[in-house]
Design a protein around this ligand. Structure first.
Ligand code: MEV
Length: 303
């Protein structure tokens, strides 16, 4: 049997603070372990090859959409002082790509772990994040580092660029629904749009970013106080500020309004926006199922 090694990484949900986190404001993210990436590196002979939903063949012939992976695998081999040859990487994913659920960071995390396991090398948390950042810079432009951190964390986190990450212990009596618009969002373009908007209308955009940061801080308090209604109201407010930053779109607005109309305590987009997923909060499981059904009837691809 040829030598083979696996690496895993899971998805994430940003509860509060996407985009504003890029500008130094706090954010809260949850590991979404129901969806994951499994990368398997297997010994071969010759050029590096990959098999995945986005490309199957030699790594070097992959499309520009996997530039992050090309650069990452090269960087890992260089760091490990191993030749960029004689292995195949298979990537299996249950995280839909481009939906704000952290698939790019999770792919990077799983691939790095599988390569380190394959070469029997030890991988510190610090090095993992450093290598993930190489890939995320290509996928997101100027990543805050939040996606990389939550992809390797098993607990909810409160994250701020300058002060780092603290684990949050959440005992909230509520249910979170994730609704997928089915439309691919492009985090790289959403992040650069916000940066352009800040230059065009600085005062309004900077105010929205500050308000989003304040909502993340207040959400942290409301999580500690187990106050789902307050968190719901913060989520809906956050969606309004994210809309001001022009990262929502009609499909997201439609699902957010549907969830609110179906009795959600609050709802907002999650992740990069411009498509992808939204989240809604419900006080009971029965209401959560009702909201999920309403989202499906309103066109959500999945909930
Ligand atoms: C994307 O999942 C989250 C953003 O805030 C970008 C980032 O934090 O790097 C939009």
């Amino acid at each position: 049997m040829p030598k083979s090694a696996k690496g895993h990484s899971h998805g994430k949900i940003i509860l509060m603070g996407e985009h504003s986190v890029v500008y130094g404001e706090p954010a809260i993210a949850l590991p979404f372990t129901a969806v994951e990436i499994v990368a398997t590196t297997t010994e071969t002979v010759g050029e590096v090859t990959i098999s995945s939903d986005f490309h199957t063949g030699t790594l070097s012939s992959g499309p520009s959409s996997i530039e992050n992976l090309k650069v990452l695998v090269k960087k890992v081999c260089k760091t490990l002082e191993q030749p960029l040859a004689n292995f195949h990487i298979d990537i299996q994913s249950t995280i839909p790509a481009g939906r704000g659920l952290g698939s790019s960071a999770a792919v990077a995390g799983a691939v790095i772990r599988s390569l380190y396991n394959f070469f029997d090398a030890s991988l510190s948390e610090e090095l993992l994040l450093e290598l993930m950042d190489v890939s995320e810079r290509i996928s997101h432009g100027s990543p805050s580092g939040l996606d990389a951190r939550i992809a390797s964390s098993i607990s909810p986190v409160y994250f701020q660029k300058d002060s780092g990450m603290t684990d949050l212990s959440i005992e909230l009596n509520a249910f979170l629904i994730v609704g997928d618009t089915g439309k691919i969002g492009d985090t790289l373009s959403a992040v650069s749009n916000v940066s352009r908007l800040i230059k065009k209308v600085p005062s309004k955009s900077k105010k929205a970013i500050k308000k989003l940061g304040k909502l993340a801080l207040e959400t942290k308090e409301a999580l500690i106080n187990n106050d789902p209604s307050l968190i719901g109201s913060y989520m809906t407010k956050a969606h309004q500020y994210l809309s001001q930053l022009q990262v929502s779109n009609p499909s997201l607005d439609h699902l957010v309004n549907t969830a609110l109309g179906a009795g959600a305590l609050g709802a907002k987009l999650t992740g990069g926006g411009h498509g992808g997923c939204m989240i809604a909060l419900a006080d009971t499981e029965k209401n959560a199922l009702h909201i999920a059904q309403a989202l499906k009837e309103a066109g959500a691809l999945n909930t």
